[in-house]
Design a protein around this ligand. Structure first.
Ligand code: TXA
Ligand code: MG
Length: 348
């Protein structure tokens, strides 16, 4: 299939491009589009065969359900059987935005979307291209991140181009996504809301509005309640190690690990903070990628997946990543880094 990549204005989306995207979606085809978190690979959520194409294009395991994107409350009402009081609060405070709500589904939601679960994950994105596209199509849009399964989520159009070229008819490219990590997945079907995947809205932000918030923390022999959390995501091809601890000691250890990597004839890539970068030049890593200031997690989040992908593109065999404080958005960043590292973490 020939893939068209169209550049679209994120602030004033061109009407004819929105129309084109909407037509493909109505015809049961897939369109990649920007959201404020990461790019999504969209298909008509009410059409099981369109959804099957999503799994196919990504190489996604069938047991991993899809998030349904809506542009207004009426569209959401058609998909959700019961709105709990805590769900209502979430909608009021956090929609549109990077918060996905898990709620009991209606019969309108095909089984393939939820991978047979009784709950559906639903979110209203705030990116104008996403909202206009859904509105124009007049359909709820099932959309996982627009990467090949197992790769880091795409945060710029060229990531999508690389992963989806030849597989879908249209990519709407609006440049970089603002947030850079995926939405928070929050189960609000019960009394106490539970975070199934940390993301763009932090636990602290949720607690300020909802009170007590739990975190799904499955033990070794338990399955996570968001099926996608069990897969090794975001993984670069090279071996990756995450270093976490007091800044000065992490910098020292990074230098040491670069040298050890070179002694083993590895190409060593480093993902580090703005503060550490000047201290690491002298160790001559093969790639030094600055994620952002360690005190500005928003910056780090927006560069994270680009850094991971770049390590692959430049053929790094060993990737050393500096951790960040696990609070606010830092929690989602550390979750992605831990997974990318296959849980090889050095606590220093
Ligand atoms: O920011 C985002 O959420 C992006 C953009 C495109 O909206 N989407 C995204 O989708 O990250 P995906 O498919 O890459 O991740 C969806 C996560 C998976 O971990 C999946 O298992 C979980 O949400 N999920 C989806 N439906 C669920 C359900 N009914 N119950 C529990 N978890 C669910
Ligand atoms: Mg994904």
């Amino acid at each position: 299939m020939e893939t068209k990549r169209s550049f679209i204005d994120g602030v004033n989306p061109e009407e004819e491009l929105i129309n084109e995207g909407a037509k493909w979606l109505q015809a049961g085809e897939l369109v990649a589009f920007p959201t404020e978190t990461v790019y999504g690979l969209g298909g008509n959520a009410l059409d099981a065969s369109a959804c099957a194409k999503i799994f196919e294009a990504k190489g996604r395991p069938q047991d991993n359900p899809l998030i349904v994107h809506v542009c207004d409350r009426a569209m959401a009402n058609n998909l959700v059987e019961v709105w709990t009081p805590v769900a209502e609060l979430c909608v009021q405070h956090f929609w549109p935005g990077p918060l996905t709500l898990v709620l009991p589904k209606t019969v309108n939601v095909p089984d393939i979307v939820t991978a047979g679960l009784d709950n559906v994950a639903i979110r209203m994105p705030s990116h104008l291209v996403a909202l206009r596209l859904i509105e124009k199509a007049g359909l709820p849009i099932a959309a996982p991140s627009a990467n090949l399964s197992g790769k880091p989520s795409p945060t710029i159009g060229s990531h999508v181009w690389r992963d989806m070229r030849g597989k879908i008819p249209l990519i709407l490219d609006a440049g970089a996504c603002l947030v850079g990590v995926e939405s928070t997945v929050l189960d609000v079907s019960g009394e106490v809301p539970t975070i199934l995947r940390p993301g763009g809205i932090s636990k602290e932000q949720l607690e300020a509005v909802l009170g007590e918030v739990q975190v799904d923390a499955p033990t070794d022999n338990q399955a996570p309640r968001a099926p996608g959390m069990k897969y090794r995501h975001y993984a670069p091809r090279g071996e990756m190690i995450l270093l976490s601890g007091p800044h000065e000691r992490v910098v020292q250890r990074l230098g040491h690990e670069i040298r050890r990597g070179h002694a083993r004839l590895k190409k060593v890539g480093v993902l580090c903070s703005l503060e550490s970068a000047p201290l690491l030049h002298n160790w001559f890593p093969d790639l030094l990628f600055v994620l952002g200031s360690k005190d500005r997690p928003e910056e780090v989040a927006s560069n994270l997946f680009e850094g991971l992908r770049l390590c692959d593109e430049r053929g790094m065999d060993l990737i050393l990543a500096e951790g960040i404080a696990e609070r606010g958005l830092g929690t989602a960043i550390m979750n992605r880094l831990q997974k990318a590292a296959g849980h090889r973490i050095l606590h220093i």
